[in-house]
Design a protein around this ligand. Structure first.
Ligand SMILES: [Zn+2]
Ligand SMILES: [Zn+2]
Length: 145
């Protein structure tokens, strides 16, 4: 429970301490080159990407799930997470994806040893931080606690 929160900004963007590049089943960081890429004499294919798990918690303004691709996952459990600090996005997110994964008390989001990259996000945990159009608020900002 008393997980230490990492700093909001990951200090070294090129070599984040908590995140690693996503690898595919063969342990590769990049997909095989496509014919198009080979024609352009490229030797490295596209990076392997997954959808960030934490980002799926915060619904888009229209209420749909926000699938954000990332090339990184948490080194310890391989949960795909954004390397980018997304505070303030999605209608006002309070923490970066990495912070939320390491700080939350929510078992489905927290770091444990059984994170699976393609786990379906529990619908019940999804929230919308966007202010509602209609309703009691005058400023539209009183949803902030
Ligand atoms: Zn994310
Ligand atoms: Zn984890």
């Amino acid at each position: 429970m008393a997980n230490a929160c990492p700093p909001a900004q990951l200090q070294n963007r090129r070599d984040p301490p908590l995140l690693q590049r996503v690898r595919n089943e063969e342990g590769l960081l990049n997909l095989p080159t496509t014919k198009k890429q080979r024609d352009k004499h490229k030797t490295v294919g596209n990076a392997v990407i997954l959808n960030c798990y934490i980002c799926r918690k915060y619904l888009k303004k229209d209420g749909s799930t926000d699938y954000r691709t990332t090339q990184f996952w948490f080194a310890k459990c391989r949960m795909p997470l954004c390397n980018k600090d997304r505070r303030g996005e999605g209608g006002g997110r309070p923490m970066s994806c990495v912070q939320e994964h390491t700080c939350t008390d929510d078992e489905d989001l927290a770091c444990n040893d059984i994170c699976t990259p393609n786990k379906k996000f529990p619908r019940a945990l999804q929230v919308s931080l966007w202010p509602r159009r209609s309703g009691r608020g005058k400023s539209g900002n009183n949803w902030v606690v």
